[in-house]
Structures are given as C-alpha cells and as structure tokens.
Design a protein around this ligand. Sequence first.
Ligand code: ARG
Length: 291
Amino acid sequence: APLATPAPETGPGALAVTQERVPTRRRYLMCEPRFFTVEYVINPWMRPDQPVSTERAVEQWTELKRTYERLGHQVETIEPQPGLPDMVFAANSGTVIDGRVLGARFRAEQRSAEAEHYRRWFLEHGYRSVVMPEKINEAEGDFAWTGGLLLAGTGFRTDPGAHAEAQEVLGVPVVSLRLVDPRYYHLDVALFVLDDQSERPLVAYYPEAFSAGSQRVLRRLFPDAVIANDADAECLGLNGVSDGRNVVLPKEATHLAERIAERGFEPVLVDISELRKSGGGPKCCTMELRG
Ligand code: ARG
C-alpha cells in the first residue's frame, strides 16, 4: 500500500498551526555584579572611558534573577569577589551536563582567578565530578548544549583543543564552530538554543558571526533555525536564555523576538544595557546546572 504523505512542516502547504511550546524547570547559577566595572579591555564592547554604574548593573541583574524565579526556575548564587569585575558572567565558569562539571580556564589573565571560585562552589554544593581543563575553555560562553550535541565555539577565546577535552570529560558529542567577528567573540553572543528537549533541537543564530564552513554545518544541522539579523546581533540579542517556552532576551532584540514568537515561544524582554558595556547579556549572567 502507498505510504501516506505527511503534511509539510514548513513552506507552502504547511499547516498554519504553531507548535505548543512546553517549558521545563531549570536550575541556574548567578553572581551578583557587586564589584562590576569595566577597567580592562578584552573584547570590543569594553570601553573603560565610558561611565559604568555598578548600582544599575545590580538592579538589572536583580531583575533578571527575579524574572527567572517568576518563570518558576531555581536560582543559586555564588558570592562575588572584589577585583573580579567580570565574575557576574557566570556562564563562563563551568559547563554542567548530567551533573558532571567541566570547569573553566580563561584566556585573559584578568579573569583567571574566577575559575577557582566557581570550582569551590561546585565542590561545596555536592558535585562529585568536577574536572578542571588543561586547555583554555570559557565554558558556556563557547559551549551550547542542544540536548544531544555540544556546540563548541572557537576563534577568539576557547582553544579548539578544549572541544576534544569537553567531549572526553562530559561524554557528549561535540561539534566545533569557528567564530570570525571579534564583536561576537563567544559562541553565546552568536547562537543560542531555543529547544533542547525535542528530537529536533531548535537554535537561533547570526550567520555572519561564523566562518563559511561553520555556516554550512549550522544549515545542515539546523535547517529550520531562527536566523537573526544585524540589529539582533548588535544588541547581543543572541545571548538569550530559553526554558523551552519562555525566552529571555535583551529588550532591543525586537526582530528576533518576533521571529521566535512566530515559532510559538514567549519572548521575555529584559534591560541589560549596563552589563552590555562589558560585552555581556542575559545568558552570560546565567550558568545552567543540568542534573
Ligand atoms: N567582559 C567579559 C569578557 O570579555 C564578558 C563575558 C561575557 N560572557 C559571555 N558568556 N559571553 O570576558
């Protein structure tokens, strides 16, 4: 008997039904920007001549934390340390999958001490498998978990050798992607995962941040990805955090918010203008504790 032809999911003839998106409860680790400043330059966003308000950074961060709590997520915090103004960017200090932790090793000397504070936090909070890397690895700054694959950025910060190390330590398949635009120096300012729970993960990304070969890899892996435009990227709109339904984004990322709403997600816009002066957004402030 002939097989029934399934209705196309996209393109002409697709059913005009948006998928019902289901959130899952998350656990995050965050660090209050109590000592936040911009006093050194390790990415093109950082301009020490520009005024920065630590107080406003704390307000914006507090609002981000409350947003997660309001969405039903659990937020853990780590004590900030004087002299480590970028410690607020928790995503850079560990990659946690199934309760296994791969710590960080920073490229910049100015941030290197952060890794040890986070390592201690993991040990004090019951994590048994905590491995510190040999290769430079800025954790979720350059690693994005799709639920089945670890997408791994390189080009500016994380050493390509750290990709193989992550695969071995975490026991997950790694796909390397090359970043080419210094404004998008970490993978998490060029791509984020919208849905990590289904067979077919969904991501949003800004193609121009990647090498030609990596763009082809992304098209092959994620043919139905949400494609961000220049304006989305320039406000660090790709630094989003999704729970599978609610997607926390910088408030300026209006084009991206519309595109993801069309796919059935709920954009939740936040103000991160102060943290952006250091080159960070919502995701940078948020390490996900998986398992
Ligand atoms: N000033 C920090 C740096 O350049 C910002 C890090 C932002 N974090 C992120 N996950 N992209 O290292």
